[in-house]
Ligand binder design. Structure first.
Ligand code: TYD
Ligand code: MG
Length: 459
């Protein structure tokens, strides 16, 4: 393929240049030039006029919404309940789903399992791997299949043009592309995984997929902070973005939708990595409550995973610090939220930890991204600082709580209080410390820390 078939376009001013440069000759901005496929001979490779020759634009007539024919399409079930519900009821035919997550989290495992189920249900599937050989994919599939025949058609290919040709020829109903960063278009000179390449690969796959009505599961790697060139630039392009989260060393993983054109973004699925693949965790609350330590520094949070309540243990450790400023280490929660809770604890709870290292962890590798976790963080830290174990009065069960902390020390209500309370009641964790019964952090701390019967034995 011609090596000169690309050009570099500035993402700020749109200036075009044949050669890449660090600084845009048009606007002077740095690192804004991104490689794109050049329209060949005035026509791009889609067969239409090139970017410059778009004079013959169509003029579509607007149609009132009521006159638009609404088609409710049958979804393709992946056979994995948690995944189907995150997608809003299964895969929509012809849709493009991006599955992002850090390396080793289980993206290939999940997509292989889904495709195996779809193929077993009689759907035409195709697994395109640009990362592993067919033999490696077979090894993984064997671990997952528990003896069933391995019927998934696979190709191991890194060249985009070959993959597109295969899609055209085979036109499967569902196709997995693993991954978008390792496919490479010969039209561009930049390396696989660069912004230009990732955009080109996704754009071309989308073109074929929409034309042929192929549902595509596009796998993409994201670093911990989501910074890597790649999936982030595709979010506007695809129909759904699923985020696969969790820590590689832990067994629990969650899949949540952060964009979904065909369903809500409230759903999340919980999985556990076993030696024979990912297993749906349907009783996650029971596990986490059963494993709760109930030592000083531990509290149970009634969290929401999408529209489902989930009980998780939040742990804190407070120790005197040698460092200035002291350490603030957090796993499974937002770091800034911890800073806020510490400030409110100091100002309104009488617990100042300016000279102490503070560690906070959501047990099991679960990530909780909601303000309802504030009170749990505050109580876990207070419990650790006072070396007092918390437990529900009378029942001697772990203390459960939820609620947002306001900057003036008030407890604020959060969404779905009834579902959270019901989930706690299911496991006998009553009464729950929450904004309905306690209006301020000071009040909640007094209730939690005064129950010192089990504290004496734990201390
Ligand atoms: P993988 O799906 O290859 O991750 P990704 O495609 O996101 O990079 O697998 C992730 C890890 O899970 C891998 O290190 C091995 C482990 N694993 C299991 O523990 N059990 C299994 O059945 C499989 C297939 C993988
Ligand atoms: Mg993989």
């Amino acid at each position: 393929m011609a090596r000169s078939a690309s050009l570099h376009v500035c993402s700020v001013c749109g200036h075009e240049t044949a050669r890449w440069a660090g600084q845009c000759p048009g606007c002077g901005e740095w690192n804004t030039l991104v490689e794109e496929a050049r329209p060949v001979g005035g026509r791009d490779r889609r067969g239409g006029p090139g970017r410059r020759g778009a004079g013959s634009a169509r003029t579509p007539a607007p149609v009132a919404l009521a006159d638009v024919e609404a088609v409710e399409e049958a979804r393709l079930s992946t056979g994995i309940g948690e995944l189907d519900s995150v997608l809003g009821g299964g895969i929509v035919p012809g849709s493009l789903v991006l599955i992002g997550g850090s390396p080793g989290i289980g993206k290939s495992t999940l997509t292989t399992m889904a495709l195996a189920n779809l193929v077993a249900a009689g759907r035409r599937g195709l697994y395109v791997s640009a990362e592993e050989s067919a033999a490696q994919i077979r090894l993984r599939a064997e671990r997952l299949s528990s003896g069933e025949p391995l019927r998934i058609p696979v190709i191991a290919e890194t060249d985009l043009e070959s993959v597109l040709a295969t899609l055209e020829r085979e036109h499967p109903e569902v196709c997995v592309i693993d991954s978008v960063q390792t496919l490479h278009s010969a039209e561009l000179t930049s390396a696989a995984g660069s912004v230009g390449q990732v955009r080109e690969v996704a754009g071309e796959i989308m073109r074929v997929a929409k034309a042929r009505r192929i549902a595509v599961l596009l796998v993409g790697h994201v670093t911990k902070d989501g910074a890597l060139a790649g999936p982030r630039v595709l979010e506007h392009l695809v129909d759904c973005v699923l985020q696969f989260e969790g820590e590689r060393e832990r067994t629990y993983r969650t899949v949540r939708a952060i964009k979904n054109r065909f369903g809500s973004t409230n759903e999340a699925g919980v999985f556990e990595m076993h030696d024979h693949g990912l297993v749906e965790v349907l009783d996650a609350s029971a596990r986490f409550v059963g494993e709760a330590t109930r030592a000083p520094g531990s509290v149970v949070l009634c969290a929401m995973e999408g529209s489902r309540p989930l009980l998780v243990e939040v742990q804190a450790l407070v120790s005197s610090s040698e460092l200035v400023p002291p350490r603030r280490v957090v796993a499974g929660l937002d770091r800034n939220r911890l800073a806020l809770v510490l400030a409110v604890l100091a100002r309104h709870g009488g617990i100042g930890l300016g000279a102490a290292d503070v560690f906070v962890n959501v047990v099991g590798g679960v990530r909780v991204d909601e303000p309802g976790a504030d009170l749990a963080v505050a109580l876990a830290i207070a419990s650790a600082a006072k070396r007092t174990a918390l437990s529900a009065a009378a029942t001697n069960r772990p203390l459960a709580c939820f609620g947002e902390l306001g900057l003036t020390g008030e407890l604020r209500t959060v969404a779905h209080a009834d579902r959270r309370l019901a989930e706690a009641a299911k496991f006998g964790l009553t009464p729950v410390l929450e904004p309905g019964g306690h209006k301020t952090l000071r009040h909640a701390l007094a209730s939690a820390l005064q129950r010192d019967a089990p504290a004496a034995e734990a201390a």
